[in-house]
Design a protein around this ligand. Structure first.
Ligand SMILES: [Zn+2]
Ligand SMILES: [Zn+2]
Ligand SMILES: [Zn+2]
Length: 147
């Protein structure tokens, strides 16, 4: 007959102490409960909780880590975000790399837009005035630097 884990009548197989729902290891004899896959240790009270626990079965401390990509909470023993499935290993570096790549992309887009805009100005015949004012600007910079 299958017994439901966490039911009130369940007791530790080894010492007979009542089982704390959510914990994977007996509080008293420190033996792992049968049928409870051990997961993360509570950072506060060090109780071993069952795999996938989001809060400690003993002290109720939250045991979740938040994803730096989407902000969703996942259990401490999860190897990847439950929400966006990004792996936690090396997440910080990946995020930085992606941000750098994104900035690069934005910069390239801006540069392209600038080149296109310049092309439009030149095509419309207003280039001479634009080039003159750029020349003036450069001249004043050179003058300023020469002082
Ligand atoms: Zn026990
Ligand atoms: Zn705890
Ligand atoms: Zn995520």
């Amino acid at each position: 007959m299958a017994r439901v884990y966490g039911a009130n009548e369940r007791r530790c197989d080894t010492c007979g102490a009542p089982i704390v729902p959510g914990l994977a290891v007996c509080n008293y004899c420190r033996r792992a409960y049968s049928g409870a896959p051990p997961g993360p240790k509570c950072p506060k009270c060090t109780a071993v909780n069952v795999a996938g626990s989001m809060a400690c079965g003993r002290c109720r401390s939250p045991m979740a880590r938040s994803c730096i990509f989407c902000g969703a909470a996942s259990p401490l023993d999860a190897s990847a975000c439950r929400h966006c499935h990004e792996a936690f290993a090396g997440a910080e570096q990946r995020k930085q790399q992606r941000e750098a790549a994104y900035k690069q992309q934005q910069y390239m887009q801006l540069a392209n837009t600038g080149i296109q805009a310049a092309g439009v100005v030149i095509a419309s015949g207003a280039a001479t005035g634009l080039l003159d004012s750029v020349g003036d600007l450069l001249g004043s910079i050179v003058d300023a630097a020469g002082d």
